[in-house]
Design a protein. Structure first.
Length: 310
């Protein structure tokens, strides 16, 4: 099969399109012929060596932790799937995801059936990012109807899905992004838009119930003051400064997305009902993975970047 492999850490140029062995599957795994794989900032961070001391990443690495495709083979203990089934999946971030390839081995517990009316592009685009938003907003922050949530980078891969999930839940949504994304986010349903290039969100907002932090750094520390007492700030990227939340009377939490087949099923149902849709920024071929990474490194992507196999 063809795959994109990194044999060393660095910029997008380390992504090499080459031949690789089709993976063998374990008893609890399915072999998936990949149709689309998502490209995320997490992929770029692994590529750049942020986690090179982690024992669960060993070079050479095939990146990719979100995908859609067709089941090509099933392990002996697999019960939910059969050959030919359309699925979407989020492999655990605690191992090489290997979705930047024509075939990938995925645990049965990491995959869900793709609804027939949901395209493979849409399914791949939500497999990791919608799970991230779901687990941050609902599992961690316990966001409820009538509450107010502020979402940083609201037009991004996670952010624009978080906006839709929060609206579905019945929350008031404040979206922070650049001016070019104003109409995009208003169309998604944000109740208040803040242009971070010309406004200071910390001066525009106070006493929100929940903040979803996708940025870290100064954005995170400025966010502590806008959360109501006993409110919640959830960070997807910061594991140190979030500890300061307690001094503001705020609960500070981290979320590292985990595979969850049942949640993927619920996400698929929301897509069928029209409550959730991914915005696809651009689709690249597998051999154009380095170009996709140049784009993701820009930090200004609206929605999701995908790789198409074949």
């Amino acid at each position: 099969m063809k795959a994109v492999i990194i044999n060393g850490y660095g910029g997008p140029e380390v992504l090499q399109y080459q031949d690789a062995e089709i993976p063998a599957i374990q008893a609890d795994e399915i072999l998936v012929q990949v149709y689309y794989a998502g490209v995320s900032p997490f992929d770029a961070h692994v590529r750049a060596g942020w986690f090179q001391n982690a024992t669960h990443y060993q070079l050479p690495i095939i990146l990719g932790w979100e995908l859609s495709g067709i089941v090509a083979a099933v392990g002996g203990k697999v019960k939910k799937f059969k050959v030919g089934d359309a699925i979407f999946a989020h492999p655990s971030v605690y191992r090489n995801g290997r979705a930047y390839a024509e075939f990938v081995a995925v645990k049965e517990s990491e995959a869900a059936p793709k609804p027939p009316i949901v395209s493979h592009e849409q399914a791949a685009a939500v497999a990791m990012n919608a799970l991230t938003a779901w687990q941050a907003l609902f599992d961690a922050a316990k966001l409820a109807k009538g509450q107010t949530v502020l979402i940083h980078a609201a037009a991004g891969g996670v952010g624009h899905l978080a906006v839709q999930l929060a609206k579905w839940k019945g929350a008031k949504v404040i979206g922070v992004a650049s001016a070019r994304n104003r109409e995009f986010l208003i169309d998604l349903g944000v109740d208040q838009f803040i242009d971070y290039t010309s406004e200071r969100f910390e001066e525009r907002v106070k006493a929100v119930d929940v903040v979803l932090d996708t940025m870290g750094g100064e954005i995170l520390t400025k966010s502590f003051s806008i959360v109501k007492k006993n409110g919640v700030i959830v960070s997807l990227v910061d594991f140190n400064q979030i500890k300061q939340a307690a001094s503001f009377g705020v609960k500070g939490l981290n979320v590292i997305v985990e595979p969850h087949a049942d949640q993927l099923v619920q996400i698929g149902e929301l897509m069928v009902m029209g409550n959730l849709r991914a915005y696809i920024a651009q689709v690249f071929s597998l051999k154009e993975a380095s170009q996709a990474h140049h784009l993701i490194d820009s930090g200004h992507v609206r929605g999701k970047i995908l790789l198409k196999m074949g």
